[in-house]
Design a protein around this ligand. Structure first.
Ligand code: AMP
Length: 231
């Protein structure tokens, strides 16, 4: 693919599937804007905004923040992105109401999604990944504990002044169990919503990060070719 300008994508999958990691790689290779609803909430939280205060309890318990605030927050962010840049959504939509609201908002703007990439990972592997996960407070890049020492890295290798590495409050055992159950009950039905629209592409997510990245690129290539041949 020569350019992915203008591509509109949803990175879909359970917590811990690697959506954020893949989004980072796609941003680096294709320059698509990354819109993570979880990162937007964490930004509000660290700035102490009323929205952050409202979201905090839901997030710590691993529950969904109410649609009334979530949808507006994400659509406002999408509105800041130029048509030419395109975007990839990560963590949104998380229920069929959000999926319908997104579809309607894009339709109003004369836009639509190009692809929904579903990264599939089994629960056991997700629990293992999330309980082992640390993130940079500044850039949200994920890290794992060192395989030999069991210790997380001290500082982010990518942030200029070495961002602080911490474990998210919602990566605790109880919150993770709740997030997975919310995923299966409320979020997984969104797959059917997109399957019916012919937008869904499944990728096995238990392969090496690079293999998943290349699988995503192949899917985007095919979506791009399809868009060109239709135009
Ligand atoms: P994430 O970083 O995507 O794992 O999201 C962290 C938390 O933010 C979730 O467990 C929810 O509490 C909240 N959140 C993120 N995205 C959404 C969404 N689309 N709808 C409702 N709550 C969300």
């Amino acid at each position: 693919m020569t350019t992915a300008n203008g591509i509109r994508l949803v990175l879909f999958g359970p917590p811990g599937a690697g959506k954020g990691t893949q989004a980072q790689l796609l941003k680096e290779s294709l320059g698509i804007e990354h819109v993570s609803s979880g990162d937007l909430f964490r930004h509000h939280l660290s700035n102490g905004t009323p929205l952050g205060e409202l979201a905090q309890g839901y997030m710590n318990r691993g529950e969904l923040v109410p649609d009334e605030v979530t949808i507006d927050m994400v659509i406002d962010r999408i509105d800041q992105i130029s048509d030419a840049d395109g975007f990839m959504l990560d963590g949104f939509p998380r229920n069929t109401n959000q999926a319908g609201a997104l579809e309607a908002a894009l339709r109003e703007r004369g836009q639509r999604l190009d692809r929904v990439v579903h990264i599939q990972v089994e629960d056991g592997e997700l629990i293992r990944r999330l309980s082992n996960r640390y993130v940079c407070r500044a850039c949200q890049r994920p890290y794992a504990r060192d395989a030999k020492t069991g210790a997380p890295p001290q500082k982010c290798a990518y942030c200029p002044d070495g961002g602080e590495i911490y474990q998210r409050d919602d990566d605790t055992e109880a919150a993770v169990a709740n997030r997975l159950s919310v995923y299966h009950q409320e979020t997984a039905p969104v797959l059917e919503f997109y399957r019916q629209r012919g937008l869904l592409a499944d990728i096995p997510g238990e392969q090496p990060i690079d293999a998943v990245h290349h699988a995503v690129l192949r899917i985007l290539d095919a979506a791009h070719a399809g868009a060109v041949s239709k135009s």
